[in-house]
Write a protein that binds this ligand. Structure first.
Ligand code: SF4
Ligand code: SF4
Length: 363
């Protein structure tokens, strides 16, 4: 696939109503903690796993589930599973911490007078930050101004049930958005467990990458908040940061990996130079393609026109797009006994074979 990318002045999503900040208590993953319909699905999910393993179903072996367990390990124990569920950040590796001078790391606070040494040129600061993100293992990285519409309205703590309003201080003006590629050869196994092992591995990499990059920025003497799925909507931030466009499957489609990515982000007060959003014809392609909608066993992806709202309380209305049905999607995961990536695997933009990405000047 030959992909011609042009930079555009503003992101291509269209706001057509009043977009409210999303309350993370309403994601289907958070609803597992308080909505009886979804609480029942947790049991169905594990029952299905046990049945698959006992029946020695192909693609659902104990070894496959063990591979997945290993993949998720860093995210589960150090990233905090509730961050992957989107409920809340400020846990595990995603903890919010003060800047730490590298030489005095962990020995003293506040830092010595004259620290930090300010980086005067935002373009230079962006270069340094991107280089560090790639050094830690990011597949791609972009920068945008932090649009506060995308920050969650609340922090939801499933352990206590408390759903508190969230405000990120105004001095966090920028988001560094990090992509983690997921390998095509594993995702192609969806809806079998091997594909989910690849997803888990990407989550563990997200926790490592976001926390390492946040600590890098803190070590320069600036503030940094690392986030996984928590704290803000990742996809619009990635679009703002010039990393892709929104597809019919409800996912970020990137020029380099299609939708085969997970997204982490770091908010900072370090002055940076934002990237421009991009256009490589995803909307027009998705208009005709519909391959994800046809392949989805749950019927969760629209094959119709774009709309300004979705079918469930887990959708956030006000943007003109193809809304997926996350309730149908999650119910399928529960019956399947493992999560699914079929709408990623079948997308023509996912196939790495013969891919050529070219940035062209806007006419
Ligand atoms: S993850 Fe699977 S069930 Fe969910 S929308 Fe994609 S294809 Fe459908
Ligand atoms: S499968 Fe086709 S319709 Fe679906 S997101 Fe990919 S390009 Fe768009």
């Amino acid at each position: 696939m030959r992909i011609k990318v042009k930079k555009v002045q503003s992101p291509l999503y269209k706001i057509v109503g009043q977009v409210k900040r999303f309350n993370p208590k309403n994601t289907v993953f958070s609803r597992r903690f308080w909505d009886p319909d979804f609480q029942r699905l947790i049991k169905a999910y594990y029952d299905s796993q046990m049945k698959h393993i006992a029946s020695r179903d192909q693609g659902y072996s104990l070894e496959d589930y063990a591979l997945m367990g290993g993949s998720w390990h860093l995210q589960s124990f150090e990233g905090g599973l509730i961050s992957a569920s989107g409920c809340r950040g400020d846990v595990g590796l995603y903890r919010w911490m003060e800047p730490t001078p590298p030489i005095l790391a962990r020995l003293t606070w506040p830092p010595p007078k004259g620290y930090p040494l300010s980086i005067k040129d935002p373009a230079e600061a962006s270069r340094i930050v991107k280089e560090a993100a790639l050094f830690y293992g990011a597949s791609a990285v972009g920068i945008c101004k932090l649009n506060r519409t995308w920050i969650y309205s609340h922090i939801y703590d499933p352990a206590t049930g408390v759903n508190e309003p969230l405000e990120i201080p105004e001095d966090y003006k920028f988001a560094v958005v990090i992509l983690v590629e997921m390998r095509y050869e594993y995702l192609k196994a969806s809806p079998f467990v091997k594909a989910a092992a690849e997803t888990g591995l990407a989550y563990s990499k997200m926790a490592f990458l976001a926390s390492s990059l946040a600590q890098f920025i803190r070590s320069l003497g600036y503030k940094a908040i690392p986030c996984g799925n928590d704290t803000a909507l990742s996809i619009p931030l990635a679009i703002d940061a010039g990393l892709g466009q929104l597809g019919r499957n409800g996912l970020l489609i990137t020029p380099w990996f299609g939708p085969r990515v997970r997204i982490a982000k770091v908010f900072t007060d370090l002055p940076l130079k934002p990237d421009q959003p991009i256009d490589f014809g995803v909307t027009e392609f998705c208009d005709n393609c519909k391959r994800c909608a046809e392949a989805c066993e749950a019927g969760a992806i629209s094959s119709g026109e774009m709309a300004d709202h979705g079918p469930t309380p887990s959708n956030n209305p006000g943007v003109l797009k193809w809304y997926i049905d996350p309730e149908k999607c999650y119910k399928f995961w529960s019956e399947n006994g493992v999560d699914c990536s079929t709408c990623i695997a079948v997308c023509p933009f996912s196939n790495p074979e013969g891919r050529a990405v070219e940035f062209i000047e806007a006419s």
